[in-house]
Design a protein around this ligand. Structure first.
Ligand code: PRX
Length: 654
């Protein structure tokens, strides 16, 4: 397939649909009656989700909505997440594999449930000895190595919420998140591999720590094996601590359903990253339920979610959901084309992977590389395919269905967010017809709609704002120590408190079809989605304007064939600052330093002015059109219409 044939534009007009494959339907975890059951008996039916877990004490109330939108779920219930992901499986599945880990250097490790239980207990004992107690936030700045889920579950065992910071984030980003969470404990590592090269991670962590307020106890995992880290100052070596506590047992701390399980920082339109708070009972029930109903996970499966645990997808669908259900979860450290472009399919064959859950960006890369790579391997173990993180264009959907699933695996296109905790909009794999490019109906029990700017539902086929108008167990409870921002960001736009109507606004555009299927049109705020990574334009802009010689900057997302969107930075230089290549590099470096390499601008365009309305607002849509080479809309409301031509020329020269 030619490279330029992977466009996103076909997305809106696709009508085709596919039946769930019959062989899948026969064995599916949920059937048709589930939609009706939730409609008849909402919210009580959510007990189905909670009943997938073991509780120390049963809840007295499914949903408490007295203080909307501060909803509480499974009120009065008590449980421990680590117990649910480990201890309760020991009798039946102690010798079955919990985690299959494949390192980038082809190092392999398998942990049975018993072994993982032992590791987690030892690490929990070590953290406790270092002073970690229930409710202390522990920051985990680790790449895709088994010590990451081990540390997460050790924290959960102690009732200490974790805050995982994606390893690709910079030192500054780490420090900002640690300070925001008042976190006094950090678990990190010496380094890790990318495409065969070792990266120095500890250096970044130490740099970040240097600017964190207060004392931090640091634990360092020895990943690289060479020049093992030594105990420096407040730094402890993970392996030594674990060995010292080998054989320890730590009683899982019983947590209230509403107690925080973890914090996850994510980007929004304005200001600093938001600390999304997820709970023990509601979140864990929700991810177990969606893993069961949507990913069709059964204990005997070998399930692979090819995301990074540093983002919400990995939390919910590499760690908590699959382990709560007692299945085998595959954890892959590397990239899909290293050491060769057939790597994923080689591993699917070798491990007999039954479900694969990945992002449209990856699928578009597979398409570009060609169907001959997957064709070389036996993929007949696959039963279900999933996608998440960004809109999938119908062409990529069909390619995935055909060339990876051999037209015998349902594809679930799952829409959700860090804030929602788990999947919200998707077809059920053994129940609903699939329409390429359309995520599907809301999950049973979830209610979503598409509205205009006044909150009125728009007609089928019309684009509008996606809203969610019922609470769900996996929802964020608040933004860490910032209830006000929680209300402002998510509830204020479309709720009507006087009439007791509370509506959650995820800041995505969507359209609904006559069958109630939702096609997601992407973010409507100033958030860019690059390869499924959520990047706040404000954060990138603030990194750029921090560079000496920059007067002003505007950052927008332009379309990109593979990554969905790419970061475009328009920069006005200060008087006397030459617009040189090295200055451009300094700008890119500033973004890498402040946020991380994944947020680097793919284009830095110098411009004498930015297009502004008469009231001085930057016309971002226009900048997006210019980045995409689209025809420009009306520019007559601009204070400075002439600038548009100059910018177009500058982009053309890029
Ligand atoms: O714009 C939507 C897009 O990803 C955003 C959420 O990003 P994040 O919180 O990082 O979580 C990503 C993984 C759940 C959403 O607001 N998004 C996510 N899934 C889809 C999607 N857009 C279209 N289709 C999807 N299936």
């Amino acid at each position: 397939m030619p490279e330029d044939d992977i466009g996103l534009e076909a997305r809106l007009d696709e009508q085709e649909s596919f039946e769930p494959p019959a062989a899948f339907v026969e064995q599916a975890n949920v059937s048709e009656e589930i939609h009706e059951a939730f409609e008849q008996n909402w919210p009580a039916e959510w007990e189905r989700a909670a009943n997938l877990l073991s509780w120390n004490s049963e809840w007295d109330q499914v949903l408490d909505d007295d203080n909307e939108p501060f909803y509480e779920w499974f009120v009065g219930g008590e449980l421990n997440a680590s117990h649910n992901c480990l201890d309760r499986h020991l009798d039946d599945r102690g010798d079955e594999v919990a985690i299959e880990w494949i390192g980038e250097d082809d190092d392999r490790r398998s942990y049975t449930y018993s072994e993982l239980h032992e590791e987690v207990n030892a690490v929990a004992a070590a953290l406790r000895e270092l002073g970690v107690e229930a409710d202390d936030v522990v920051t985990l700045y680790l790449p895709m190595i088994p010590e990451l889920p081990v540390a997460m579950l050790a924290c959960a065992r102690l009732g200490a919420p974790h805050s995982v910071v994606f390893a690709g984030f910079s030192a500054n980003a780490l420090a900002e998140r640690m300070d925001a969470a008042d976190s006094g404990t950090l678990v990190t590592c010496d380094g890790y591999y990318r495409r065969g090269d070792p990266l120095d991670h500890l250096q970044k962590a130490r740099e970040g720590l240097a600017s964190v307020d207060g004392d931090v106890t640091t634990v360092v995992v020895d990943r690289l094996g060479e020049d093992a880290p030594s105990e420096v100052g407040a730094e402890h070596v993970f392996g030594d601590l674990r060995d010292r506590h080998a054989g320890a047992t730590v009683e899982p701390v019983s947590r209230d359903a509403e107690d925080m399980l973890f914090l996850m920082y994510t980007s929004g339109t304005t200001g600093k990253p938001k600390g999304v708070k997820h709970t023990t009972g509601g979140y864990l029930s929700y991810v177990a339920w969606t893993s069961h109903a949507v990913l069709d996970i059964k204990p005997e499966d070998t399930y692979w979610c090819a995301a990074d645990i540093g983002w919400i997808t990995g939390h919910s669908y590499i760690v908590y959901g699959p382990l709560a259900l007692g299945t085998t979860t595959v954890m892959y450290e590397g990239t899909p084309d290293y050491p060769h472009k057939g790597r994923l399919w080689e591993l699917v064959e070798e491990y007999g992977v039954t479900q694969l859950y990945t992002a449209p960006t990856a699928i578009r890369s597979f398409m570009k590389w060609g169907a001959e790579y997957p064709a070389e391997y036996d993929r007949s173990s696959l039963r279900l395919l999933g996608t998440v993180g960004e809109p999938i264009n119908p062409r990529a959907w069909k390619w995935y269905y055909k060339h990876i699933g051999d037209e015998s695996c349902p594809v679930v296109d799952t829409w959700w967010q860090t804030e929602t905790g788990g999947m919200m909009i998707t077809t059920l794999p053994g129940v609903d017809r699939m329409k390429p490019g359309s995520a599907g109906p809301p999950l049973p029990g979830v209610s979503a709609d598409v509205v205009d700017s006044r909150g009125h539902p728009v007609e089928a086929g019309q684009a509008g704002h996606l809203v969610v108008n019922r609470p769900w167990p996996g929802m964020l409870r608040t933004l860490y120590q910032n209830d006000e921002r929680f209300l402002d960001e998510y509830w204020q736009t479309y709720s009507n408190p006087d009439r007791d109507e509370w509506v959650y606004f995820p800041e995505d555009g969507a359209k609904l079809d006559d069958d109630g299927y939702l096609t997601i049109l992407g973010r409507v705020d100033d958030v860019i989605n690059v390869s499924g990574h959520r990047i706040g334009t404000m954060e990138v802009e603030s990194a750029i304007v921090g560079v000496e010689g920059v007067a002003e900057a505007a950052v927008v997302g332009g379309e990109h064939d593979i990554t969905g969107e790419a970061v475009y930075a328009y920069v006005i230089t200060a008087d006397g600052q030459p617009e040189t290549e090295s200055f451009r590099e300094a700008i890119v470096e500033a973004v890498e330093t402040d946020i991380g390499p994944f947020a680097r601008p793919s284009a830095v365009v110098f411009t004498p002015e930015l297009p502004k309305t008469r009231s001085g607002k930057i016309m971002r849509r226009l900048l997006e059109d210019i980045a995409n080479g689209d025809e420009l809309g009306n520019t007559s409301t601009l204070r400075n219409p002439d600038v548009v031509h100059d910018i177009e020329t500058a982009v053309g020269e890029e």
